[in-house]
Ligand binder design. Structure first.
Ligand code: HEM
Ligand SMILES: *[C@@H]1O[C@H](CO)[C@@H](O)[C@H](O)[C@H]1NC(C)=O
Ligand SMILES: *[C@@H]1O[C@H](CO)[C@@H](O)[C@H](O)[C@H]1NC(C)=O
Length: 319
C-alpha cells in the first residue's frame, strides 16, 4: 500500500514535470503525438522489447545505451542506427559503439509499425521508447516518453567525440554533461544506468595495470583474472546485479566497486559524492531523479518539421 502510494506520488510529479517542459513551448514533442496517426505504436514497441528481453535479458543494457548514444551525438535523431556506406563511416563503427547491440529489436518494432502506419513513426522515437521499456523490464521506473522526434540525415564517426570516454574524471564529466544542459545531479542519476549491462576490458584495463588506488583490491583481482584470460573484448558486469535496475550500483561505488574510472570518480569527488550517498540510501529518490533526467535526455536537440524526416528503414536514409 505504502509502495503504491509512493509510486502514485512519483507519477504525479513526473506528469507535472512534463507539463512544465511542454509549456515552455520549446519542445515539439508531446505525449500523444501518434494518437491519431498510429495509436498502437507505443504498445508495439513494448511488446517487441518484452519479447526480445524474454529471450535475452542482457539486451536491456544495450537498448538503454542506444538511446543515450543517439541523443548525445547530433541529438535524438536515430543517427546511431545509420549503417556506414562507401565514403561515409557512420557513428556505429566508432570504438565507442563497438558493443552496442539491439539494432534488430528496433528493426523488428519498426517493421511491425511500418506495416500498420507507413512512414509515420520515427526511428528516434522507437529508440527512446525501447530504452524506457528496457528500464522498466529490468525493474526500473516507468516514465512517459514524449514523442514526435524526427530522424536525422547525418551520421559520422567523428561526431562520436561527444560521447564520454570511460577514463573521464568527474570534472570532465560535469563539463561534458553541462554542455548538454545537465546538472551535476542529472549526471550522477544518469550514470546509474550502469546498474545494468557490461563493459569490455578495453574500457577499464588501464585501472588494473596502474593499480588505481580507488578500485577495491578485490575487484582489481577479479577483473585482472577475467581480463588476463581473455582479450580487450572480454566483458565484465558494470554492477554485481547487472540484470536488475536497482541502486546497488551506488552502494558499490561507496565500497570502491565502480568498474570504470567514470563510475568511481563520482564517489571520489566532493561535487558528486553527495548524490551517490543519497541514491545509495534512497532508491525512490534516485528513480525520481533518473526519470526527470531521462526526460531531459530524450529532448536533446530534437529535430522538428523539415529539419528531419521519418526514415522508412532505420539503417539508411530515404534517398
Ligand atoms: C557518465 C558518463 C558515461 C561514461 C563514461 C560511460 C561509458 C561506458 C562504457 C565505456 C561502457 C562499456 C562499453 C564498452 O566497453 O565497449 C558503457 C556501458 C553502458 N553504458 Fe555507459 N557511460 C556513461 C553514461 C551512461 C549513461 C548516461 C547511460 C544511460 C542512462 C549509460 C548506459 C550504459 C549501459 C546500459 C551500458 C551497458 C551496455 C551493454 O551491456 O552492452 N551510460 N558505458
Ligand atoms: C580531470 O581531468 C582533467 C582532464 O584530463 C585534468 O586536467 C584534471 O586535472 C583532472 N581533475 C582531477 C581532480 O583529477
Ligand atoms: C573486438 O571486437 C571488434 C568488433 O567485433 C573487432 O573489430 C576487434 O577486432 C575485436 N578485438 C579483439 C581483440 O578481438
Amino acid at each position: 500500500m505504502l509502495n503504491k502510494m509512493t509510486s502514485f506520488k512519483q507519477m504525479v510529479l513526473v506528469f507535472m514535470l512534463i507539463e512544465l517542459y511542454t509549456s515552455y513551448g520549446a519542445l515539439a514533442l508531446s505525449m500523444d503525438y501518434y494518437r491519431m496517426s498510429c495509436p498502437f505504436a507505443e504498445m508495439i514497441v513494448r511488446m517487441t522489447v518484452n519479447q526480445a528481453l524474454r529471450r535475452d535479458q542482457t539486451l536491456a543494457g544495450p537498448l538503454l545505451r542506444l538511446h543515450f548514444h543517439d541523443c548525445f551525438v547530433q541529438g535524438c535523431d536515430a543517427s546511431v542506427l545509420i549503417d556506414s556506406t562507401e565514403g561515409n563511416i557512420a557513428e556505429k563503427d566508432s570504438p565507442a559503439n563497438i558493443i552496442l547491440r539491439g539494432y534488430e529489436v528496433i528493426d523488428q518494432a519498426k517493421q511491425i509499425i511500418e506495416n500498420r502506419c507507413p512512414g509515420v513513426v520515427s526511428c528516434a522515437d522507437i529508440v527512446a521508447i525501447s530504452a524506457r521499456d528496457a528500464v522498466v523490464w529490468a525493474g526500473g521506473p516507468f516514465y512517459p516518453v514524449l514523442q514526435g522526434r524526427r530522424d536525422g540525415s547525418r551520421s559520422k564517426i567523428e561526431d562520436t567525440i561527444n560521447l564520454p570516454p570511460p577514463n573521464f574524471n568527474s570534472t570532465a564529466l560535469i563539463s561534458m554533461f553541462g554542455r548538454h544542459g545537465f546538472t551535476i545531479q542529472d549526471l550522477v542519476a544518469l550514470s546509474g544506468g550502469h546498474t545494468i549491462g557490461v563493459a569490455r576490458c578495453a574500457s577499464f584495463k588501464d585501472r588494473l595495470s596502474n593499480s588505481d588506488s580507488t578500485m577495491n583490491t578485490n575487484l582489481v583481482r577479479m577483473a585482472s583474472m577475467q581480463c588476463n584470460a581473455g582479450d580487450d573484448n572480454t566483458t565484465m558486469n558494470l554492477d554485481m546485479t547487472s540484470t536488475s535496475f536497482d541502486n546497488s550500483y551506488f552502494r558499490a561505488l561507496q565500497r570502491g566497486y565502480g568498474l570504470l574510472t567514470s563510475d568511481e570518480t563520482l564517489f571520489m569527488d566532493d561535487q558528486t559524492r553527495g548524490f551517490v550517498d543519497i541514491y545509495a540510501m534512497n532508491q525512490a529518490r534516485w528513480f525520481y531523479d533518473f526519470q526527470s533526467a531521462m526526460l531531459k535526455m530524450g529532448s536533446i536537440d530534437v529535430k522538428e518539421g523539415d529539419d528531419g524526416n521519418v526514415r522508412l528503414n532505420c539503417h539508411r536514409l530515404n534517398y
